[in-house]
Each structure stands twice: as C-alpha cells, then as structure tokens.
Design a protein around this ligand. Structure first.
Ligand SMILES: Cc1cc2nc3c(=O)[nH]c(=O)nc-3n(C[C@H](O)[C@H](O)[C@H](O)COP(=O)(O)OP(=O)(O)OC[C@H]3O[C@@H](n4cnc5c(N)ncnc54)[C@H](O)[C@@H]3O)c2cc1C
Length: 414
C-alpha cells in the first residue's frame, strides 16, 4: 500500500509525485493515459517567468463588444455552452476589476518568480536539458499603437518585478528572426522565460525520474476513487490500490472529481488547439512568437513548427471546430515558411481555470486526507514544478517556502 495516490500525471501531478517521494512518501501516480499526454502535451511550451499578471477578463467595453461578435481568432465561444459559463465568467469578470486584480497579482507573483528555478531543478535531475531553450519569447506587433501600449505595460512589469525585456524595432525584429516575412512595427522580447521544445516529452522525462527514484506509475480511472476505511482506493489495471491520502491533479477534469466529493468549485475551461508542421530545411524561428493582433502563437518544437490558438469557450467534450486553427494557419503562412501538416487532425486541449485566476493548491476543505492541485489556467506548464514542491511541503508538515493561503480552496464557498 502506498502512502499517497496522485491522480493525474500531467505536469502538475508528476511534479507533486516527485516532490512527495523525495520527502520519504511512497507514491502511486495514476492516469488513464501515459504521463504528459493531455494538456501538458499540447501547450506552447513556455515557462512564463514574465507571467506575473494572470490573464484577466477584459473590462473595456470595446473589447467586450469585439469578443461578443465572435468573429476573431483569439477568442471564440459556442453559444450552446454559454449558460454553463455564465456563473464562472461573471465571477471572473468581478475578480478582474482593477483593485481586486492588483491584489491577485501580488499573491500570484511569488509563484511565477519561482517557476523557472523550480523547473531547473527537475530538468537537471531528469536530464532533460536538451529540450530546453533559454532565450525567452516574443510578441510581434503589426501596429505602432499596439506596440507602444504593450511596451509601456512591459516596462512597468519589468520595473516592478525585475523581469527582463528588450524592445525591438522593425529592423531589430528582422535581425533577430530573419526568416519572418513581415515588416513588423516591433516586438517585445521577454528575455527571462525558458521554452520547452517538447512539453509532453518533458513531463515524460519527469515521470521517468519519478520511477528511477522509486515511484510507481499505473493506469487507472480517477472515477473509481472511493473511500475505504480511513483512506482511499482507486482501481488500477492490476486491481484496487489504496493509500492513506490522495492528491487530485486532474487539470481540466478536476471538476468531475470535486463534484463527486461534494464540492461546488467554480472551475471552468478555455479550450485551445494546436497543429504541427514539418520543419522546412534552412528555415528557423529562434523564439516562440505571438502574433498578438491575430491571436495565435508560433513555436519551434523538436518535432516541427507548432501553432497554438487562443481561447475557445465550449463544452470540454464538444466536437472540435477548426475556425481558429485554420484561420491562424492562413495568417502564419503569410509570415513564415511552414512545411506540410504533420497530422490529419488538430490537437485539442483545455486550460483548467478558476474565476480569480489563481490555482487551487492545498487541502480539501471537507476531507483531511484529500489534496487539490489544479486550476493553473494559462500557466500550468509554468507552475507545475513550483506547485509540486509547495504541495509536498505542506503535505509532509514542512513550512511551504511560499505562502499557500491565497491558493486555498476555502476561498470559494462550497
Ligand atoms: C493551446 C494551449 C497552450 C498553452 N500554452 C502554455 C504555455 O506556453 N505555458 C504554460 O505554462 N501553460 C500553457 N498552457 C496551459 C497548460 O498546458 C496547462 O495549464 C497545464 O498543462 C495543466 O496541467 P495539469 O497537470 O493540471 O493538467 P493535464 O496535463 O491535463 O493533466 C491532467 C491529467 O489527468 C488525467 N486524467 C483526467 N481524467 C482522468 C481520469 N478519470 N482518470 C485518470 N486520469 C485522468 C489526464 O489524462 C491528464 O494526464 C497552454 C494550454 C493550451 C490549451
């Protein structure tokens, strides 16, 4: 019998498992798939050291009207899904009010500040340095207006939080990314982030590290979780497995599990797509580039070039739509020489979100032996490693190296 079952082997669950094991716990890591094959596989791969300001709900009326028209590529919604979104999105809007948002940023920033350094420890131990680039990433501007506004915001972030930026004019962009066929108004280069050229591979490498250090990975379904005596049991391929404690690290599927335990957490998702393309010999992109006025990101990966899309508000199980990924591909091909598509179908994933933009990390309010680690939204890859350390410290009675109070589930009634 293990001490702890960790349900969900995305970047968050695998990191929690490693850190618990390093503190003497015997850990069984359970997923219905191989580690790192869901959201943690398909993202843009950026460890966003600059991301101290989580993605807020727009407050300007013009921006709200633009989104409501549902015509752009960066954000789309399916009408049939809106009733289910009404309550969490209303709360999301409320939390995004400037004064409340300022407080959220202050609480969130310490997590982000430790994102790269905590990954560095695991990357090193896992021997995964070959898939990491340390040159940051860029926002590309087509208009002077957008460039100037973004530069001003980035300067404030840089001053306040000590984050590295470089402001590039059109010539500097052409020099830095000579294979981009666009006369840009400029680019903002966040210089501190690291980028992962195979995010799913990184999580798989972390899972191998966990196994090397004595951990067990098993296939099983979190929906079989049940109380047994004073602990918990889940069915894995070899039969029932039990432990005194359980960690829910189920990313966008966390709500199913927490609902079943009697919680009413206002969790919601933002879906997102990617598609990959063959590398064209001799054509390179040195950094991931966000074409911000269109709303897609182009990232060099080991396997090929990857386009990732913005948010789609839709049911997690609704069929794929292709508007965002197809539209993004058209624009991306105008500025960069992409090879042929590598897969017949685009990849679809879902960012696990909370209305106050902060993850939930800590003990389940009504169960002393259940722990939560989910809701990392746009920054789950970024925050996986730091979350793993913090939760393991809390579970084993150490004083967490950062204050976990702002991330407690109790902040949401029910
Ligand atoms: C298009 C896109 C781009 C993104 N880009 C970035 C980025 O550049 N940087 C960044 O930091 N973040 C990014 N993100 C967000 C990031 O990918 C997520 O926040 C993060 O992967 C969440 O990790 P997780 O471990 O919580 O969830 P997951 O990786 O989804 O892991 C949850 C695991 O639970 C398992 N599971 C679910 N249900 C069950 C069940 N019933 N039984 C057993 N197992 C189950 C799943 O198989 C899965 O392995 C992006 C997201 C998207 C969609």
């Amino acid at each position: 019998m293990a001490d702890v079952i960790v349900l969900g082997a995305g970047v968050v669950g695998v990191s929690v498992a490693i850190h618990l094991q390093r503190r003497g716990r015997s850990v069984l890591l359970v997923d219905r798939r191989e580690p790192g094959r869901e959201t943690s596989y398909g993202n843009a791969g950026i460890i966003q050291r600059e991301g101290v300001r989580p993605r807020a709900f727009p407050r300007e009326i013009g921006e709200l009207l633009r989104i409501a028209r549902n015509n752009d590529l960066d954000s789309r919604y399916q009408l049939s899904a809106l009733p289910g979104y009404a309550s969490p999105l209303a709360q999301y809007w409320w939390h995004s009010e400037p004064e409340r948002y300022r407080k959220i940023v202050a609480e969130y920033e310490p997590l982000i500040a430790n994102s790269v350094s905590e990954h560095a420890v695991l990357i090193d131990a896992a021997g995964a340095g070959g898939m990491i680039a340390k040159q940051g990433w860029m926002l590309l501007f087509r208009s002077d207006e957008k460039r100037d506004k973004s530069f001003a915001e980035a300067e404030a972030t840089s001053r306040e939080y000590g984050i590295g930026i470089a402001k590039l004019d059109g010539d500097a962009v052409a020099k830095s990314e000579p294979d981009l066929h666009v006369r840009a108004a400029g680019a903002l280069h966040w210089t501190d982030p690291w980028t992962v050229r195979d995010p799913g591979g990184l999580v798989a490498a972390y899972a191998e590290l966990f196994k090397r250090e004595g951990g067990t990975v098993a296939t099983g379904d979190a929906r079989s979780l049940r109380q047994s005596g004073s602990g918990w049991t889940v069915d894995i391929s070899s039969g029932p497995a039990s432990a005194a404690e359980v960690v829910l690290a189920l990313g966008p599927w966390a709500k199913t599990a927490t609902d079943r335990l009697g919680y009413r957490l206002p969790l919601f998702i933002k879906r997102g797509y990617h598609r990959e393309y063959k590398h064209v010999p001799g054509v390179t992109l040195n950094h991931p580039v966000l074409d911000i006025e269109t709303g897609y990101l182009l990232a060099p990966m080991l396997r090929g070039m990857r386009i990732t899309t913005g948010a789609e508000f839709a049911d997690i199980n609704a069929p794929k739509t292709r508007t965002q990924i197809d539209g993004s591909e058209v624009v991306a091909r105008q500025i960069f020489n992409l090879g042929e598509r590598l897969d017949a179908e685009p990849w679809l994933g879902a960012r696990p979100c909370t209305p106050d933009m902060k993850p939930i990390i800590g003990r389940a309010p009504k169960h002393s032996n259940v722990w939560f680690a989910f809701g990392h939204a746009h920054h789950g890859l970024t925050l996986g490693a730091v979350t793993g350390r913090l939760l393991a410290e809390k579970m084993t009675g150490e004083t967490p190296f950062l204050n976990l109070a702002p991330f407690a589930a109790e902040r949401f009634a029910g």
